[in-house]
Design a protein. Structure first.
Length: 207
């Protein structure tokens, strides 16, 4: 692709390094920024620099934070006896958006994957074990992707925790709402059958 300016070419090159951004989209973004007031571009540039320079990670759970302790861990209303273990910070955001979990989190920073060189020692597992040893934790909830890496990581951590008086659970895995059985993969269907729950009729159905 030919560019009318080396400056545009450089901007497109950098923008296209972002996930999901191709050269054409990067060009549209660059031209859009070019049409905006210079102050808008300065604000964007400043926000990106601040993102890399000022973001911290919570000393307790490993989540993204502005301070040494994130807003969730420092919230006295959150239940410290429940810890939901996740792969990445984006998973915390997804779970928080449900407004269904009132415990705390622990971010591993990845999942065990020997083929990719990710071993237990590469992950934020030891601090989780230390929290458990301190005795305040009563339940560990695994919220990992439904794949081999997620299952391997959950199995490894559960073995490490087997000597403690804990309830260890995992988020339910089943058929997404609105899906047809014929289009659901066999593994998901199998887990849905194995992890079936008791049926409770709605008030409308009970009459």
């Amino acid at each position: 692709m030919e560019y009318p300016s080396k400056v545009i070419e450089s901007a497109v090159s950098e923008l296209s390094k972002l996930p999901g951004i191709g050269k054409k989209t990067a060009l549209r973004l660059a031209l859009h920024l070019l049409r905006q007031p210079e102050s808008d571009a300065e604000l964007l540039g400043g926000a990106i620099i601040s993102l890399r320079r000022d973001i911290r990670y919570c000393d307790s759970c490993g989540n993204i934070s502005d301070d040494s302790m994130c807003q969730i861990c420092s919230n006295p209303r959150r239940d410290p006896s429940q810890i939901c273990v996740v792969e990445d910070c984006k998973d915390v955001i997804a779970l928080e958006n449900t407004n269904q979990f009132q415990g705390r989190y622990h971010v591993l920073g990845g999942l065990i994957n020997p083929l990719m060189g990710i071993r237990p020692s590469s992950l934020n597992i030891d601090p989780l074990l230390q929290k458990t040893k301190e005795g305040e934790v009563k339940e560990i909830i695994f919220a990992f992707a439904a794949n081999l890496e997620g299952d391997t990581t959950a199995f490894y951590i559960s073995r490490k925790l087997q000597d403690y008086n804990l309830r260890i659970s995992s988020i339910a895995r089943g058929i997404p709402v609105g899906s047809d059985l014929e289009f659901t993969d066999e593994i998901t269907l199998a887990r849905s059958i194995m992890n079936r729950t008791l049926f409770s009729p709605t008030p409308e159905n009970s009459h």
